[in-house]
Design a protein. Structure first.
Length: 518
């Protein structure tokens, strides 16, 4: 019963967390966004003391069920190990302390020093998110586009096409390598990664040693058949000495199911009365009693439920933003101008200061709290966010405007971030946050280079920060060029994205290390 309940809960958890990263409409986040916020490391970084306290208490009560029920990377390893279908393939091995604890120390040092790339590489929830976003989501979007084509044929708008593109080659390679390494370890040894590399698993192991409910041996009933050890994917059961390494046990229940003599129990203590009865040479002494079965079933933890939030007005705003974005994406796909001139793709400028999303407060806050899970990148409806390629911030989100701009009516990235790297921010607050300012490049500007009128940046600036003035104030025939009022500019990137100059825009956004409020 314990194993079956765990499988059901783990399956639901993995499916819905995966859908959070795949869903580009943002609809599922309103219902299941809390699943990302109950992950241990994001909760710690977000200073969500309630979630952290609950997870610690659950571990002290029931052992490391977090690793087998809540953590999507742990569940993924179980799935890969199960696919192999080879029975009785595990064996007991001692804890690899020389690797496990130095990795944890290095992880904590990197976390304190703000070396986000190392933190993001080892964080289990974030690793899973990157794998889904970079490896699975393109396939999901391709399938969606096929359905959109079929629906369009029947004059239906149940689906709409989206651009399928790789947001960062380095991050794609990292996600692929991580998947291959973790999949190989799971295929070969079950929970090897969890119990030797994962820092979250190591932290929880300290509490699991003192858990109230544990897998316990009844030595008098054990026949040393070794089935428990051979089916323990954590390699933590020493059947010869009747010992379980509780720091590595993830309470999967495999050993309980495989034991044919009732020698293993998931309980606070082994009932001494039952042990005494077991010593008597009776024919029924090798069979588990009804009381033992009831005790095991009664000790199984019960899942918690979360009530969905009201979508109401937020859903309306989301739908409006989504419709606007869909129209913009449709225009973006036009690669020719009137069927005559080929339109070149934009090239990102070299920014002295990267642009971080509204709500991130500063580049320092982003570096210290972001785990690189890329849920915000996956959810961005305007294709503005993408993983950084910086040495210490690789995989963390930055903004660039080749495919869209940060629309004032959208705050989805701040609503999905589970770690506090992007604080929740309202639409009203977003319109006053300055994440950067526009900079004009004279040599790229069409009125200067081609002698034609433009003013595209002024027309589309949502804050009125751009004004067209004459290049030479003493010459009425001189071309009109943009000037930027930095006190009004919020750095949304509308001017950069909609500038007709190719491949480099004549106006681009330079980021602010610390965000300002106008």
């Amino acid at each position: 019963m314990l194993r079956r309940i765990r499988i059901v809960l783990a399956t639901l958890m993995m499916v819905f967390i995966t859908l959070l990263f795949l869903d580009f409409t943002g609809t599922l986040h309103h219902w299941f966004g809390w699943l990302a916020k109950i992950q241990l490391l994001p909760a710690v970084l977000a200073l969500n003391f309630v979630v952290v306290a609950v997870l610690v208490l659950v571990t002290l009560a029931f052992g490391r069920i977090y690793c087998s029920v809540v953590c999507p990377l742990g569940i993924m390893q179980d799935v890969i190990s199960w696919i192999r279908r080879k029975k009785n393939r595990f064996s007991y091995s001692k804890e690899v302390k020389w690797l496990r604890y130095p990795v944890l120390v290095a992880f904590i040092v990197a976390l304190a020093a703000g070396i986000g790339s190392f933190v993001a590489l080892l964080a289990p929830y974030s690793s899973y998110g990157r794998m889904v976003t970079n490896l699975l989501k393109p396939l999901y979007e391709m399938g969606n586009n096929v359905l959109a084509g079929i629906a369009e044929h029947y004059n239906s708008y149940a689906f709409y096409s989206v651009d399928v593109w790789i947001r960062s080659i380095p991050t794609f390679i990292i996600a692929l390598v991580c998947f291959l390494v973790i999949a190989f370890l799971a295929w070969r040894g079950g929970r090897t990664y969890c119990n030797t590399i994962c820092p979250v698993g190591t932290v929880l192991s300290f509490f699991a040693r003192f858990s109230w409910m544990k897998i316990r041996f009844d030595a008098d009933k054990c026949r040393n058949c070794s089935l428990c050890t051979k089916n323990c994917k954590a390699s933590c059961i020493d059947y010869k000495n009747h010992v379980v390494d509780y720091s590595r046990c993830v309470v999967c229940g495999n050993c309980l199911e495989k034991c044919k003599f009732g020698a293993l129990h998931y309980a606070h203590t082994v009932d001494k009365a039952l042990t005494t009865v077991a010593k008597e040479p009776t024919a029924s002494s090798t069979a588990p009693t009804i009381a033992e079965k009831d005790s095991s079933a009664a000790s199984t933890p019960v899942s918690s439920q979360s009530n969905p939030t009201d979508m109401g007005r937020r859903s309306f705003l989301l739908g409006a933003a989504l419709a606007t974005t869909a129209a913009a994406l449709a225009q973006e796909k036009k690669k020719v101008d009137g069927g005559l001139a080929v339109i070149e793709d934009k090239v990102a400028p070299e920014r002295l200061t990267p642009i971080t999303p509204p709500g991130s407060l500063s580049a320092k806050n982003m570096a210290r709290r972001c785990t690189g899970c890329q849920l915000c990148v996956s959810e961005c409806p305007n294709d503005v966010l993408r993983p950084s390629t910086g040495l210490f911030t690789v995989m963390q989100p930055v903004m660039s405007f080749e495919r869209g701009y940060c629309r004032p009516e959208c705050n989805r990235c701040s609503s999905v971030c589970p770690s506090g790297a992007i604080k929740p921010i309202s639409i009203e607050e977003k319109s006053s946050v300055q994440i950067g300012h526009a900079v004009w490049i004279k040599k790229n500007c069409i009125p200067v280079t081609d002698g034609v009128e433009c003013g595209n940046c002024e027309r589309h600036c949502p804050t009125g920060a751009i004004t067209m003035v004459q290049l030479d104030e003493n010459d009425e025939e001189s071309p009109m060029i943009p000037t930027v009022n930095e006190s009004k500019c919020i750095g949304c990137g509308a001017c950069e994205h909609l500038c007709p100059a190719r491949p480099f825009s004549a106006i681009y956004v330079e980021g602010h290390e610390v965000h300002r409020t106008n």
